[in-house]
Design a protein around this ligand. Sequence first.
Ligand SMILES: [Zn+2]
Length: 281
Amino acid sequence: MSKFLLLLFPVCAMIGCSQPSSDRKEKGKTEDGSPKVEEYIELNEEKKQWPLDFLMGKFDPEEHEDFIEIPEKYASRAGMFLKKEVFDAYLKMFEAAQKEGIDLVIRSATRNFDAQKRIWEEKWRGERPSAGKNARETYPDPVDRALNILLYSSMPGTSRHHWGTDIDLNSFDNYWFEHGEGLKLFLWLKENGPNFGFCRPYTALNEDRPTGYQEEKWHWSYYPLSSKLTKQAEEKLSDDMISGFLGHETATIIEVVKNYVLGIHPSCLQNQHSKRSHEQH
Ligand SMILES: [Zn+2]
C-alpha cells in the first residue's frame, strides 16, 4: 500500500487547468457586449446539474429518455445504450471511418451501477480474472485486492461508463491496437476522433496522467459532454459515498475520486468551445 501511495502524484487541479471560463464568456460576446445565442445555450448547458444518482449510474438506461439503444449494425451485441447526442456524434465518426476502410465496432457502452457491481464483485470473489489473476486468492488484503481490480475496472458508482458518454471499441486488448488492422484503426482514431468530439481518457500513465487505470486503447469518451460530467463528479462525489458493493470500504483509503475518477488525460477535460479556441491560437 505505501508503495502505491508513493507512486501517486497530486492530480494538479486538472479541472482548473482547463480553459478559464472568463475567457470563454468574452469570446461569446457580440460587439455590444451581449452573449451570442449559441453562447447562451452553451453557458446554460454548462450550468445543467446532473443528479448524483445519474453521476453514479443509479438509473436504467433502457428507461431513460436521454438514451438510445445502439442498433446492432454498430455494436458487437444488442442491448447496449448511449446518450443520444453521443450516438449522433459516434455515427458521424463511424461513417467517416468506413469511407477509409476502418470498421469501428462498439464492444461496450453504458454500464449502470448494477452492471458495474456485477463485474466488480465477480473479480472481488475471484470468479472472473482480474488483470490475469484470481484477485481473491492473490490478494487477501482488501486494499491490495481493490488496487488490483482497479487496474482495469472501476468501482461501482465511479465509472465513466455510467454516463452514456464513453465507449469501448473493437478489442479489449492493447496489443491488438499495436499491430496491423488494429494499429491502422487506432492511428485513425487518434488523428480523427477529436474532430468528432472523442478523446482517450486512459492514455499511458506518465506525467500527463500520473494516476488512474492502466492504459486502455479501446476506451473513448465524448468530451463535449463527459468533460462537464467530470467537473460535476469532482464537485459532488466524495469517497465516502462510494458504497453498496463488496470491498467498498477501501474507497476512502485509496481516494478513488481523486486518483481514478479524475485520473484521466487532460485532453478529455476540455469542451468543444475551448477546443476551438485552442485551435485558433
Ligand atoms: Zn471502457
